[in-house]
Design a protein around this ligand. Structure first.
Ligand SMILES: *Cc1c(COP(=O)(O)O)cnc(C)c1O
Length: 237
Protein backbone atom coordinates (compact mmCIF):
# COMPACT_ATOMS: atom_id res chain seq x y z
CA UNK A 1 0.00 0.00 0.00
CA UNK A 2 1.22 3.47 -0.83
CA UNK A 3 1.89 5.69 2.17
CA UNK A 4 0.67 9.25 2.57
CA UNK A 5 4.29 10.42 2.40
CA UNK A 6 4.76 8.67 -0.95
CA UNK A 7 1.54 10.12 -2.36
CA UNK A 8 2.57 13.57 -1.18
CA UNK A 9 5.92 13.27 -2.93
CA UNK A 10 4.21 12.07 -6.09
CA UNK A 11 1.59 14.86 -6.11
CA UNK A 12 4.27 17.50 -5.46
CA UNK A 13 6.29 16.22 -8.43
CA UNK A 14 3.20 16.30 -10.62
CA UNK A 15 2.43 19.87 -9.50
CA UNK A 16 5.94 20.99 -10.47
CA UNK A 17 5.59 19.28 -13.88
CA UNK A 18 2.17 20.78 -14.50
CA UNK A 19 3.46 24.23 -13.56
CA UNK A 20 6.42 23.87 -15.93
CA UNK A 21 4.14 22.79 -18.71
CA UNK A 22 2.03 25.91 -18.26
CA UNK A 23 4.98 28.25 -17.73
CA UNK A 24 4.15 28.88 -14.10
CA UNK A 25 6.48 29.02 -11.11
CA UNK A 26 6.04 25.88 -8.96
CA UNK A 27 5.63 27.99 -5.82
CA UNK A 28 2.76 29.93 -7.40
CA UNK A 29 0.48 27.00 -6.46
CA UNK A 30 -0.16 26.04 -2.83
CA UNK A 31 -1.30 22.54 -1.95
CA UNK A 32 -4.02 22.30 0.72
CA UNK A 33 -4.18 18.74 2.09
CA UNK A 34 -7.87 18.00 2.74
CA UNK A 35 -7.92 15.78 5.82
CA UNK A 36 -11.67 15.68 6.54
CA UNK A 37 -12.82 12.36 7.99
CA UNK A 38 -9.17 11.23 8.28
CA UNK A 39 -7.50 10.58 11.64
CA UNK A 40 -4.97 12.79 13.42
CA UNK A 41 -2.28 10.23 12.54
CA UNK A 42 -2.80 10.95 8.83
CA UNK A 43 -2.34 14.69 9.40
CA UNK A 44 0.79 14.07 11.46
CA UNK A 45 2.22 11.82 8.76
CA UNK A 46 1.71 14.51 6.13
CA UNK A 47 3.05 17.16 8.50
CA UNK A 48 6.18 15.10 9.11
CA UNK A 49 6.62 15.01 5.36
CA UNK A 50 6.59 18.81 5.17
CA UNK A 51 2.90 19.58 4.60
CA UNK A 52 1.77 22.69 6.54
CA UNK A 53 -1.65 23.62 5.10
CA UNK A 54 -4.65 21.44 5.87
CA UNK A 55 -8.32 21.73 4.92
CA UNK A 56 -11.33 20.55 6.92
CA UNK A 57 -15.11 20.58 6.30
CA UNK A 58 -16.93 19.66 9.49
CA UNK A 59 -16.67 22.10 12.38
CA UNK A 60 -16.81 19.70 15.32
CA UNK A 61 -14.28 17.28 13.85
CA UNK A 62 -12.05 20.14 12.72
CA UNK A 63 -11.97 21.97 16.06
CA UNK A 64 -10.99 18.76 17.86
CA UNK A 65 -8.11 18.29 15.40
CA UNK A 66 -6.96 21.91 15.62
CA UNK A 67 -6.93 21.69 19.41
CA UNK A 68 -5.07 18.38 19.50
CA UNK A 69 -2.45 19.65 17.08
CA UNK A 70 -2.11 23.18 18.43
CA UNK A 71 1.60 22.73 19.10
CA UNK A 72 2.25 22.23 15.38
CA UNK A 73 2.63 25.26 13.06
CA UNK A 74 -0.26 24.25 10.78
CA UNK A 75 -2.29 26.68 8.69
CA UNK A 76 -5.92 25.55 8.87
CA UNK A 77 -8.41 26.10 6.04
CA UNK A 78 -12.16 25.73 6.50
CA UNK A 79 -13.82 24.48 3.28
CA UNK A 80 -17.32 23.32 4.21
CA UNK A 81 -20.80 24.78 4.44
CA UNK A 82 -21.18 27.18 7.40
CA UNK A 83 -24.14 27.35 9.78
CA UNK A 84 -24.42 30.58 11.71
CA UNK A 85 -24.24 28.84 15.10
CA UNK A 86 -20.77 27.52 14.14
CA UNK A 87 -19.15 30.79 13.09
CA UNK A 88 -17.48 31.45 16.45
CA UNK A 89 -15.62 28.14 16.36
CA UNK A 90 -14.54 28.77 12.78
CA UNK A 91 -13.51 32.37 13.46
CA UNK A 92 -11.24 31.31 16.31
CA UNK A 93 -9.68 28.06 15.06
CA UNK A 94 -8.92 28.73 11.39
CA UNK A 95 -6.61 30.94 9.34
CA UNK A 96 -8.62 30.75 6.12
CA UNK A 97 -12.29 30.20 5.18
CA UNK A 98 -12.93 29.22 1.53
CA UNK A 99 -16.72 28.88 1.63
CA UNK A 100 -18.11 32.36 2.28
CA UNK A 101 -21.30 32.94 0.30
CA UNK A 102 -23.61 34.82 2.69
CA UNK A 103 -23.07 38.28 4.14
CA UNK A 104 -24.54 37.29 7.51
CA UNK A 105 -21.91 34.56 7.88
CA UNK A 106 -19.08 36.92 6.93
CA UNK A 107 -20.37 39.52 9.40
CA UNK A 108 -20.40 36.96 12.19
CA UNK A 109 -16.90 35.71 11.34
CA UNK A 110 -15.71 39.31 11.40
CA UNK A 111 -17.41 40.11 14.73
CA UNK A 112 -16.22 36.88 16.37
CA UNK A 113 -12.60 36.86 15.24
CA UNK A 114 -10.59 37.70 18.34
CA UNK A 115 -8.51 40.88 18.39
CA UNK A 116 -5.44 38.92 19.41
CA UNK A 117 -5.42 37.00 16.11
CA UNK A 118 -4.38 38.18 12.67
CA UNK A 119 -7.22 38.95 10.25
CA UNK A 120 -9.13 35.86 9.10
CA UNK A 121 -8.51 35.26 5.38
CA UNK A 122 -11.73 34.86 3.40
CA UNK A 123 -12.49 33.46 -0.03
CA UNK A 124 -15.85 33.97 -1.69
CA UNK A 125 -17.36 30.75 -2.99
CA UNK A 126 -18.81 31.18 -6.49
CA UNK A 127 -21.32 28.78 -8.03
CA UNK A 128 -19.68 29.08 -11.41
CA UNK A 129 -21.87 26.51 -13.20
CA UNK A 130 -25.15 27.67 -11.64
CA UNK A 131 -25.48 24.14 -10.26
CA UNK A 132 -28.44 23.68 -7.88
CA UNK A 133 -26.42 21.12 -5.88
CA UNK A 134 -23.60 23.58 -5.13
CA UNK A 135 -23.21 26.43 -2.71
CA UNK A 136 -21.82 29.80 -3.76
CA UNK A 137 -22.96 33.16 -5.06
CA UNK A 138 -23.86 33.81 -8.70
CA UNK A 139 -21.04 35.41 -10.74
CA UNK A 140 -23.24 38.47 -11.40
CA UNK A 141 -23.42 39.16 -7.64
CA UNK A 142 -19.68 39.00 -7.11
CA UNK A 143 -18.63 42.64 -7.16
CA UNK A 144 -21.42 43.87 -4.86
CA UNK A 145 -20.83 40.99 -2.47
CA UNK A 146 -17.06 41.53 -2.49
CA UNK A 147 -17.50 45.21 -1.62
CA UNK A 148 -19.53 44.24 1.45
CA UNK A 149 -16.98 41.65 2.57
CA UNK A 150 -14.02 43.95 1.95
CA UNK A 151 -15.55 46.56 4.27
CA UNK A 152 -15.65 44.23 7.31
CA UNK A 153 -13.02 44.49 10.06
CA UNK A 154 -10.80 41.60 11.26
CA UNK A 155 -11.29 39.66 8.03
CA UNK A 156 -9.38 40.04 4.79
CA UNK A 157 -10.83 39.29 1.38
CA UNK A 158 -8.15 37.21 -0.40
CA UNK A 159 -9.98 35.78 -3.41
CA UNK A 160 -12.33 33.15 -4.79
CA UNK A 161 -13.15 29.46 -4.50
CA UNK A 162 -15.34 27.16 -6.56
CA UNK A 163 -16.33 23.52 -6.94
CA UNK A 164 -17.31 22.95 -10.58
CA UNK A 165 -20.22 20.78 -11.70
CA UNK A 166 -19.43 17.08 -11.88
CA UNK A 167 -18.69 16.11 -15.47
CA UNK A 168 -16.67 13.56 -17.41
CA UNK A 169 -15.76 16.22 -19.97
CA UNK A 170 -12.47 17.92 -19.01
CA UNK A 171 -13.10 20.76 -21.47
CA UNK A 172 -16.23 21.68 -19.53
CA UNK A 173 -14.23 21.84 -16.29
CA UNK A 174 -11.60 23.95 -18.05
CA UNK A 175 -14.32 26.35 -19.22
CA UNK A 176 -15.63 26.69 -15.65
CA UNK A 177 -12.15 27.31 -14.22
CA UNK A 178 -11.32 29.80 -16.98
CA UNK A 179 -14.49 31.73 -16.08
CA UNK A 180 -13.33 31.71 -12.43
CA UNK A 181 -9.94 33.05 -13.46
CA UNK A 182 -11.58 35.96 -15.31
CA UNK A 183 -13.62 36.83 -12.20
CA UNK A 184 -10.47 36.52 -10.08
CA UNK A 185 -8.49 38.92 -12.31
CA UNK A 186 -11.38 41.38 -12.27
CA UNK A 187 -11.55 41.25 -8.47
CA UNK A 188 -7.79 41.52 -8.11
CA UNK A 189 -7.74 44.67 -10.23
CA UNK A 190 -10.06 46.31 -7.67
CA UNK A 191 -8.62 44.88 -4.45
CA UNK A 192 -4.82 44.73 -4.18
CA UNK A 193 -4.97 42.21 -1.31
CA UNK A 194 -6.73 39.65 -3.54
CA UNK A 195 -4.18 37.01 -4.57
CA UNK A 196 -5.89 33.63 -4.21
CA UNK A 197 -7.83 31.46 -6.65
CA UNK A 198 -8.80 28.20 -4.90
CA UNK A 199 -9.89 25.81 -7.67
CA UNK A 200 -9.03 22.15 -8.25
CA UNK A 201 -9.50 18.92 -6.28
CA UNK A 202 -8.15 15.37 -6.68
CA UNK A 203 -9.98 14.73 -9.96
CA UNK A 204 -9.35 18.04 -11.71
CA UNK A 205 -6.36 19.85 -10.19
CA UNK A 206 -4.14 19.65 -13.31
CA UNK A 207 -6.86 21.51 -15.24
CA UNK A 208 -7.05 24.04 -12.39
CA UNK A 209 -3.30 24.72 -12.59
CA UNK A 210 -3.59 25.18 -16.34
CA UNK A 211 -6.34 27.75 -15.69
CA UNK A 212 -4.51 29.79 -13.06
CA UNK A 213 -5.21 28.16 -9.68
CA UNK A 214 -3.11 29.52 -6.82
CA UNK A 215 -4.47 26.96 -4.33
CA UNK A 216 -5.54 23.39 -5.01
CA UNK A 217 -7.42 21.36 -2.39
CA UNK A 218 -6.52 17.68 -2.52
CA UNK A 219 -8.05 15.02 -0.28
CA UNK A 220 -8.49 11.49 -1.61
CA UNK A 221 -5.41 11.58 -3.88
CA UNK A 222 -3.29 12.05 -0.73
CA UNK A 223 -5.18 10.29 2.03
CA UNK A 224 -7.12 7.65 0.09
CA UNK A 225 -10.86 7.39 -0.47
CA UNK A 226 -13.11 8.55 2.36
CA UNK A 227 -15.54 6.21 4.11
CA UNK A 228 -19.10 7.04 3.29
CA UNK A 229 -20.76 8.87 6.17
CA UNK A 230 -23.87 11.09 6.40
CA UNK A 231 -21.49 14.03 6.78
CA UNK A 232 -19.75 13.30 3.51
CA UNK A 233 -22.70 14.85 1.68
CA UNK A 234 -20.58 17.97 2.25
CA UNK A 235 -18.18 16.56 -0.33
CA UNK A 236 -20.46 17.29 -3.20
CA UNK A 237 -21.11 20.86 -2.09
C1 LIG B 1 -13.62 17.25 0.13
C2 LIG B 1 -13.24 18.51 -0.51
C3 LIG B 1 -12.04 18.62 -1.24
C4 LIG B 1 -11.13 17.43 -1.52
O1 LIG B 1 -11.77 16.54 -2.36
P1 LIG B 1 -10.97 15.31 -3.09
O2 LIG B 1 -11.79 15.02 -4.26
O3 LIG B 1 -10.93 14.22 -2.08
O4 LIG B 1 -9.63 15.82 -3.41
C5 LIG B 1 -11.70 19.85 -1.75
N1 LIG B 1 -12.49 20.93 -1.58
C6 LIG B 1 -13.63 20.87 -0.89
C7 LIG B 1 -14.45 22.10 -0.73
C8 LIG B 1 -14.06 19.67 -0.35
O5 LIG B 1 -15.22 19.61 0.30
Amino acid sequence: MTSIAERLTEVRMQIVEQCQQHKRLPDSVQLIAVSKSKPISAIVEAFNHGQRQFGENYVQEAVAKVQQLQELPIEWHFLGPIQSNKTRDIANHFHWVHSVDRLKIAQRLSAQRSDSQAALNLLIQVNIDDDAAKAGIAPAQLLDFAAQIAALPRVQLRGLMTIPAVTTDPSQTATSFAAMNRLFLQLKSQYPQVDTLSIGMSADWPIAIAQGATMIRIGSALFGAREHSPQSTGDSQ
